[in-house]
Design a protein around this ligand. Structure first.
Ligand code: TNX
Length: 529
């Protein structure tokens, strides 16, 4: 009897501790174990398998950055006291990345179904660390069995409307890793800037990466000067970022926009437009009539050359070809485009865009890659192997899945993090209103699809368009805590999604972000009061 009372008392204390600890995203299964573990500078990381260095070194880098110490790393089967043991365990889940974690007074044991799973276990361990700098870090007594729900857990960053340097992109990637996001969609070309070095076409970056004049959305106090603004990534820098992401089990999908949002490329090479220009790298936002000429074969040669340089930089299975917001105005007036419509027996300019995307798909497929396009690629006939990113709500995604195409849900009704977080947003945003609870409520699988169609929904992604986001802390402000909410949408089992519980975890989310010196929005509280 006494023993039982004692046991339940211990359990209650552990549960209280656990309650104070708030893992994001919510794991599939979590229960109290018997005893806490304490990490100190004398704790050792023991890798019991090969290929676990990324997990170990990520953890050490985190400890160093936030707590000022590192742990010794050893290999072998030694599970001596005072160790964090990293290992593998076979698990049968449809999506890779599962892990188990057991905490007791001697060890923390973390085993993934692959190295990525073990890495996610490390992320969970990091979530459990106290948000105060100390050399004695209590890890609460827990047993966790966890696995991801969706295979595609994405984040898009637009580096065209505003440019973000390599250091910040790496920081951003670390944020994604923290919430077990596995795909970074890098929006590299747009009307306001071309951001990737292409050796065959140097003007893309010497001309197309820069704009002059007043820049909207920069850091308060700097926004009114007229400046030469821009930037780009060299191919060496891209490789460095791709490797940095891969070490965190994040795949980078590059987006090269076509046929619209092409002002920067046209400014560099005016022969690629229907009128021959002159064009300008855009200063303002929106949709512009000048786009790649669909009647000009040298446009296809140019884009193929660009892709010949881009594809080897990115190991991802996909290349994103944009396809959104392409006005047909210039094609309507262009004799070559009209000739193409005739020659190819196309119904109209929408069919011409479809011809354009299909022609590029063929080329990209021939290089062993698949294409992703925004949902406009459905208009005029979808390219045979294309995956659709549904951004104008879910409709495009639903249509694509019904046509047996894969889909990534990125609806601007739920996951546009450039939109405002309160109705009276205190900072300038593009508009819209997507509060935290709305993000949390998002269900990527539309109920109208039948089971076989639902399988085409690979996952979801939040988009951060940066028209009004000109500096890193504003990116963070727009992302946090909404990314915490999205991570539960993407990772946690649907049955574990619980807004009330998430709300209870929020103070800890904020504490953690403050501790990490990450900027975040407290709009959530403004809405409650
Ligand atoms: C629509 S989403 C766009 C972007 C803008 C964004 C602003 C999409 C495929 N196109 O070009 O930046 O709205 O929210």
């Amino acid at each position: 009897m006494m023993k039982n009372i004692l046991a339940s008392a211990i359990l209650t204390i552990s549960l209280l501790q656990l309650h104070a600890q708030s893992i994001i995203p919510e794991p599939a299964e979590i229960k109290a174990s018997k005893a806490d573990f304490t990490i100190t500078p004398s704790t050792t990381i023991v890798m019991q398998g090969t290929g676990l260095e990324n997990a170990a070194s990520f953890f050490n880098a985190y400890l160093q950055k936030y707590y000022g110490f590192q742990l010794k790393v050893a290999s072998g089967n030694n599970t001596a006291k005072n160790s964090i043991v990293l290992n593998y365990e076979k698990m049968e889940y449809p999506v890779p990345g599962a892990y188990v974690m057991n905490v007791n007074s001697k060890n923390v044991y973390i085993a993934g179904d692959n190295a990525q799973g073990t890495f996610y276990g490390i992320q969970t361990l990091i979530q459990l660390l106290p948000p105060v700098a100390s050399k004695s870090l209590k890890v609460p007594a827990v047993d966790i069995n966890d696995h991801p729900r969706f295979a595609y857990r994405g984040a898009m960053l637009d580096v065209c409307r505003h440019f973000f340097d390599v250091d910040f992109v790496k920081q951003y990637i670390d944020y994604l890793a923290m919430y077990k996001i596995n795909t970074f969609h890098w929006h590299l070309t747009d009307d306001q800037g071309w951001r990737v070095e292409i050796k065959k076409y140097p003007k893309l970056t010497s001309v197309g990466a820069w704009r002059d004049g007043t820049i909207i959305g920069r850091y308060p106090g700097t926004g009114n000067d007229s400046i030469h603004y821009g930037g780009f990534y060299t191919q060496e820098q891209i490789k460095e970022v791709v490797k940095y992401a891969a070490d965190r089990y994040i795949t980078i999908i590059p987006e090269i926009e076509m046929p619209g949002h092409a002002s920067a490329a046209l400014t560099a090479y005016p022969n690629l437009g229907c009128t021959g220009g002159p064009y300008k790298v855009q200063q303002t936002w929106g949709v512009f009539d000048d786009v790649f000429c669909a009647g000009n074969d040298s446009v296809f040669t140019f884009l193929q050359d660009v892709l010949d340089e881009v594809i080897p930089l990115f190991p991802a299975a996909y290349v994103h070809v944009g396809g959104d917001e392409c006005p047909k105005t210039s094609w309507k007036k262009c004799p070559k485009c009209q000739q193409r419509i005739k020659d190819q027996h196309l119904a109209d300019e929408h069919a011409l865009q479809s011809y354009f995307v299909q022609r590029m798909e063929k080329y990209i497929n021939s290089k062993g890659k698949k294409i992703i396009g925004w949902d406009e690629i459905l208009e005029g006939g979808i390219a045979p192997n294309a995956t659709v990113m549904s951004w104008r709500g879910e409709e495009g995604g639903i249509n694509a899945a019904k046509q047996n195409h894969d889909v990534i849900m990125t609806p601007n009704t739920y996951v546009y993090f450039d939109y405002a977080q309160t109705k009276t947003e205190d900072s300038v945003t593009i508009g819209g209103f997507i509060p935290l609870e709305k993000v949390y409520s998002y269900e990527p699988i539309p109920a109208v699809l039948d089971a076989s169609q639902q399988k085409h929904v690979l996952g979801a992604q939040a988009n951060l368009w940066t028209e009004y986001i000109g500096y890193p802390s504003k990116v963070e402000y727009q992302e946090f805590p909404r990314y915490a909410a999205l991570s539960e949408v993407l990772w946690s089992p649907a049955s574990k999604r619980d807004w009330k519980k998430f709300e209870q975890k929020l103070p800890d989310v904020f504490k953690k972000l403050s501790f990490q010196k990450t900027t975040f929005s407290t709009a959530y509280y403004d809405i409650q009061t």
